[in-house]
Design a protein around this ligand. Structure first.
Ligand SMILES: Nc1nc2c(ncn2[C@@H]2O[C@H](COP(=O)(O)OP(=O)(O)OP(=O)(O)O)[C@@H](O)[C@H]2O)c(=O)[nH]1
Ligand SMILES: [Mg+2]
Length: 387
């Protein structure tokens, strides 16, 4: 299948590589694809076979140096070679210009040099991506600044396709509130829609791809929450008191619900509370507690073990919540009937936690720090059973 190429540019540290990783997935980042051309260190080309465009990650420079945008010049060469060869594998179909909440302030001053840097691609549509658009940052103001800058010159105005605000990676606030990724599936749909016809993926393929992205973004939230759970568990006894993890789980599940487009209403709040209740003091929570207590030789006095168990519980709770929201998102289940939720929590949360903890607990190093515990948990839960 022919693919479009999207050139991703922006100043150093605004979040280009982080965004690309979330859009294409961890797997895609392991092996850049340069085609036949030797890829320069100033830029890398990545792809995921599930989506209709490649992303070209460039090394950002400090603001003010756009006229010497080395990486873009390297991409120019890469693209230019094949124009001569009449091969449009290296054709640039769109530009994502990334700015964050700091660099957006100088955007009006730098737009000329930006446009000059990409002047080789005259009619290529531009999407401005406002990265790291966390809660509390004035997204509207940032978008206005960008829009005004483009409207200031006629020849720029026609190039701006859209301004999209994103969070590419979960962002944990001081109070433990996790802000989930946002704007990613919209950016993917939008980019696909502006590719030349014939490159565009069908709607159902985009939907399938975005479903996988939502899963991956949920998983990223679960990883962040697991780390928070480990911290809580290191200072307390999660088996003796399942309620200790309730706040962490509530923040985790709320963040995941946003990824699946679950609106914040009274009904959804009750639904989330129900999940937490079943998983803590309800049937699944009880199964979990008694199962853990029966694991032979489990030293519940050790802080590292408690931290491990707490992390495992938060991990499994999050994965199950992601599964539950996916069922609702895809229309396979509803929030009206909740008996299925109870079963899912028993089968996919309580049982696996007991199994995995009994399987892995012996190998938890006594001096493991929180990050090590997090990695062990991610490993044991994502491992396929060998038996
Ligand atoms: N939590 C969170 N961190 C982010 C996000 N975007 C970027 N960051 C962080 O910001 C830092 C810079 O991000 P990069 O993706 O490396 O930025 P870049 O634009 O590729 O930078 P250069 O390659 O130097 O041009 C990293 O520490 C990222 O983890 C985001 O959406 N959420
Ligand atoms: Mg980078």
């Amino acid at each position: 299948m022919e693919k479009g190429n999207v050139l991703v540019v922006g100043y150093a540290g605004v979040g280009k590589s982080t965004l690309i990783r979330t859009v294409l997935g961890d797997e895609a980042m392991k092996k850049p694809c340069g085609g036949k051309t030797k890829v320069a260190s100033d830029f890398q080309v990545y792809e995921n076979k599930g989506i209709s465009f490649r992303l070209i990650d460039t090394v950002g420079l400090e603001p003010g140096l756009f006229s010497e945008f080395k990486a873009v010049n390297a991409v120019k060469k890469w693209a230019g070679e094949t124009i001569k060869n009449k091969d449009d594998e290296h054709h640039i179909s769109a530009v994502w210009f990334c700015v964050d909440r700091f660099t957006v302030k100088i955007f009006p001053k730098t737009i000329d040099s930006l446009m000059k840097a990409i002047s080789m691609w005259k009619n290529v549509p531009i999407i401005v991506v406002i990265t790291q658009s966390y809660k509390g940052t004035d997204t509207k103001e940032a978008q206005d600044i960008v829009e005004k800058a483009f409207l200031s010159k006629n020849k720029y105005a026609t190039r701006l396709t859209e301004i999209v605000s994103v969070v590419a990676k979960p962002y944990t606030e001081k109070e433990g509130v996790i802000e989930p990724p946002k704007g990613i599936t919209e950016l993917i749909e939008l980019t696909n829609s502006i590719l030349p016809e014939g490159y565009q993926a069908a709607e159902k393929d985009i939907a399938r791809y975005n479903l996988a992205r939502r899963r991956a973004m949920s998983h990223a939230v679960v990883s962040a929450a697991t780390l928070a759970g480990i911290t809580v568990g290191g200072g307390a006894m999660p088996i003796a008191d399942a309620m200790l993890l309730k706040p962490t789980e509530a923040l985790e599940i709320e963040a995941i619900s946003k990824i699946w487009g679950i609106k914040k209403t009274k009904k959804t709040k009750e639904f989330i509370d129900y999940i937490i209740d079943i998983g803590t003091k309800g049937t699944a929570g009880k199964m979990l507690a008694s199962g853990l207590k029966m694991i032979p030789g489990l030293n519940l006095g050790a802080a590292v073990i408690n931290a491990f168990i707490a992390g495992a519980i938060v991990f499994a709770m999050g994965e199950v919540a992601a599964y539950i929201f996916e069922q609702i998102y895809t229309g396979k289940q509803t929030m009206d009937d909740v008996t299925w939720v109870k079963e899912v929590l028993e089968d996919k949360m309580a049982k696996p936690v007991v199994d995995k903890v009994s399987e892995a607990v012996e190998n938890v190093p006594e001096e493991a720090d929180d990050e090590e515990l997090q990695n062990i948990i991610l490993d044991v839960f994502t491992q396929k059973k060998t038996a």
